[in-house]
Design a protein around this ligand. Structure first.
Ligand SMILES: *Cc1c(COP(=O)(O)O)cnc(C)c1O
Length: 395
């Protein structure tokens, strides 16, 4: 494999072509001209490898494409206008009516909807399984199974799958494998080296890293990537803008630094939460006591800053107060940027639906950004202090 530093700083950058500028230009163009018909004929015959029109390729995107493919150890990469497009568009190329998918049971919300609502319109069915137990994959295989879909860890409950074992099973049965690797990025997990065929990521999260761009990436063999590009990709038109590609290039320069920082800070904050009297449980693949801790250590090189914690015996109002009182940690969906965020389950249910017996209702998802971890701990500390006074009898 290429050196990480070479990929991030040099690969794909032909500075001679742009006045030796250190930062590559944003090729803000929809179209490309040709000096001769012969040149144009050549580009039209192979749009996958040539700049013809920016719904296909564009030079700013090409720099990024080369880097993202190399980071994953893949032959090629394709960029999309969102992470969900990098998941849904390839499936429309790979699958046809009558095909069957095996998917893990708690994927990203819009991925779940894709399998349960969208693909059935085209006669494609999905069996959702608990992917923590490898035997469930074997049991779910049918003669029409064409794809096994993984997300390890997933971005809410962090269940992981034995990636290498699932890939081996799929190869034996001639089934394609795809994984959503947004949580780990290639810095912390390399699914292609474990035998996975296609790796999708929401580049909106860690790759971009600054909460200023929505994008996706898919990596895999040149043959599959080219087939997707020449068919559904060009038909559905989910291309990313040159400006967004440039923001992702800028984000990539610091990807390993940001992930390492997020990892280190998360360890420190989880250590604090593990011992906090208001906290019942912290769910994070690298937390000692995580049910799949050993598998996580085996197949992941580090662990991202997204985790969840469950509060102890807390009312709807108490959880809401804790969240509202946080002064520096923001309430929001998404993650992967420089800023720390929380997303409590109570944001998606009403007080009437809240059930104290259901531990999931007391769950708060948290993402640790690039702030000083002590700054974040202090913020939570003061929110918890407010909480301990709350509900005291008035007098
Ligand atoms: C956000 C996210 C997606 C979707 O990505 P978008 O860029 O928002 O379309 C897919 N998978 C995971 C795990 C995510 O967190």
């Amino acid at each position: 494999m290429m050196d990480l530093s070479f990929i991030l700083n040099e690969l794909g950058e032909d500075r001679d072509n742009y006045y030796n500028a250190v930062s590559p230009p944003i090729m803000q163009t929809s179209n490309f001209t040709f000096n001769t018909i012969a040149e144009m004929r050549n580009a039209m015959a192979g749009e996958f490898d040539n700049n013809l029109y920016s719904r296909g390729q564009n030079p700013t995107l090409t720099i990024l494409r080369k880097k993202l493919a190399a980071l994953d150890g893949a032959e090629d990469a394709l960029l999309f206008s969102s992470g969900i497009a990098a998941i849904s568009v390839p499936l429309l190329t790979l699958l046809t009516s009558g095909d069957h998918i095996i998917a893990i049971e708690n994927p990203y919300s819009w991925t779940a909807k894709l399998f349960s609502d969208f693909l059935p319109k085209f006669g494609i069915t999905t069996t959702f399984i608990n992917g923590c137990d490898f035997n469930n994959f074997e049991k779910a295989v049918q003669s029409q199974t064409r794809l096994i879909y993984l997300e390890s860890p997933n971005s809410y409950s962090y269940e992981i799958q034995d990636i290498k074992r699932v890939a081996d099973l799929a190869h034996r049965k001639g089934i394609i494998t795809m994984i959503d690797n947004s949580y780990s990025t290639p810095i912390f997990q390399l699914p292609i080296a474990m035998g996975i065929d296609l790796v999708a990521q929401s580049a909106t999260k860690y790759i971009g890293g600054h909460s200023d761009v929505v994008a996706g990436v898919l990596t895999g063999s040149k043959a599959i990537i080219k087939k997707i590009f020449e068919n559904e990709f060009m038909n559905l038109g989910p291309a990313i803008s040159p400006n967004s590609a440039w923001l992702l290039l800028r984000g990539l320069r610091t990807l390993p630094l940001r992930l390492q920082r997020s990892f280190e800070s998360t360890k420190k904050i989880i250590e604090w939460l593990n011992h906090h009297p208001a906290v019942e449980e912290v769910i994070w693949p690298f937390n000692v006591g995580f049910p799949q801790f050993e598998l996580a250590q085996k197949q992941m090189l580090g662990c991202g800053g997204l985790f969840s914690f469950i509060l102890k015996d807390s009312s709807f109002a108490k959880i809401e107060l804790f969240c509202d009182r946080l002064a520096h940690i923001s309430i929001a969906v998404s993650w992967g940027g420089y800023e720390s965020l929380i997303l409590p389950v109570i944001a998606s249910i009403t007080n009437q639906q809240y059930n104290l017996q259901n531990k999931q209702h007391q769950l708060i998802r948290m993402y640790i950004g690039l702030e000083d971890p002590d700054y974040l701990i202090k913020d939570m500390q003061q929110a918890f202090e407010q909480w301990s006074n709350y509900g005291a009898p008035e007098n």
